[in-house]
Design a protein around this ligand. Structure first.
Ligand code: F0G
Length: 349
């Protein structure tokens, strides 16, 4: 079968109007990669079946494309000319791409100095009007929620229900890829809490079993874990540097209903998981995307998650090339040698 995007494949599960013209970049259909080495490292001898849903392989390099195809399709259907979002970077790049494809004007508000280079570069390349604000994502979200009341502009943050509708297809794909069954645990990073809301909706709707949800927040940006708004969130995982998630209530509901849990992981734990994914599995992700693994490792260690014989899926939400700054900062300097075969041979000895 030719793959032509999540709305083509799963459109019958979404309330899209049949007259809507689908705007797609053939997003979705991302690989569910079975762990070769980390499963045994995380839980030696437990017979853990660990899988990574590699969402960084979407057209703009993150899971946001699943929701954006639906949000932009609906915006075009409703006759919008302009779309807007606040973003830590990935939503911005995704909105910019789908807007470009449909000829819409696109404005994105990003927190000054806190957006990874690959996300900024992509948003600019796709022709979005990038507005850098001297505030946080939360400040930006407040601004865009207000401006759409004053101007005829479509909001494409995950407060837009179409974003959730599109993103829930991730759950459908995981069940399909596991052969018609949901995993026992589903681990993912939580920022604005749209994705956890969407996955839970998807698993419920698909009726192939329900996983327990394991949410991960960065310890410097963990409002749901602490139960308190964080006014100055800070973390190396800039994608989830969010102090007041828009879908906080839905996330708590999903966690409760699933019998799951949410935990905070330190930047050090995130970067450790980030290194392990790249070096033990060949999966290069952005730091936020490693927080699901960091959370799982922490809870297995604490005895809060029993991995014995379990099937566990970790969503890797964004590609490593999104944040080359971190990769360069964390890696060793490349070795320098003269362009000379003898120098190479001497090095190998
Ligand atoms: N992982 C990555 C790579 C993200 O970019 C985000 C959110 C999340 C996880 C968390 O997902 O917000 O649905 O809980 N990024 C948003 C953005 C906020 O603006 O790109 P969430």
């Amino acid at each position: 079968m030719v793959w032509s995007g999540v709305l083509d494949k799963y459109g019958s599960y979404l309330p899209l109007a049949s007259a809507a013209r689908i705007i797609t970049l053939n997003e979705g259909n991302t690989p569910l990669v079975e762990s070769n080495r980390l499963a045994e490292f995380v839980a030696p001898g437990a017979g853990l079946k660990l899988y990574f849903k590699y969402e960084g392989l979407n057209p703009t390099g993150s899971f946001k494309d699943r929701g954006m195809t639906a949000a932009i399709t609906q915006a075009v259907f409703e006759g919008a000319n302009t779309v807007i979002c606040a973003s830590t970077g990935n939503t911005a790049a995704s909105a910019a791409a789908y807007a470009a494809r449909s000829g819409l004007r696109c404005l994105v508000l990003v927190p000054e100095g806190k957006i990874a280079l690959g996300k900024l570069a992509a948003s600019l390349a796709y022709g979005a009007e990038v507005i850098s604000i001297d505030g946080s994502f939360d400040d930006g979200l407040k601004m865009v929620r207000e401006i759409v009341k004053r101007k005829p502009i479509a909001l494409v943050n995950s407060v837009n229900p179409w974003r959730i509708e599109g993103q829930k297809t991730g759950a459908f794909e995981i069940c399909d890829q596991l052969g018609g069954v949901a995993p026992d645990w589903h681990c993912l990073p939580v920022g604005n809490a749209g994705n956890i809301t969407a996955y839970w909706m998807g698993y419920q709707q698909y009726e192939q079993g329900l996983p327990r949800l394991l949410g991960a927040q960065a310890s410097g940006a963990a409002p749901i874990v602490s139960g308190k708004v964080v006014t100055s969130p800070e973390t190396v995982a800039t994608a989830i540097r969010i102090g007041n998630p828009a879908r906080w209530r839905e996330a708590v509901q999903a966690l409760d209903d699933s019998g799951g849990t949410i935990t905070a992981v330190t930047d050090e734990e995130i970067l450790n998981a980030w290194r392990l994914l790249a070096k033990m599995e060949g999966l290069f992700v952005e730091p936020a995307s490693a927080s699901g693994l960091a959370a799982l490792m922490k809870l297995v260690n604490d005895g809060e998650v029993d991995p014995t014989g379990k099937r566990i899926v970790i969503v890797l939400t964004g590609h490593g090339l999104k944040d080359p700054g971190i990769a360069v900062r964390e890696a060793a300097e490349p070795l320098k040698l003269p362009a000379d075969i003898n120098a190479l041979e001497a090095y190998l000895e």
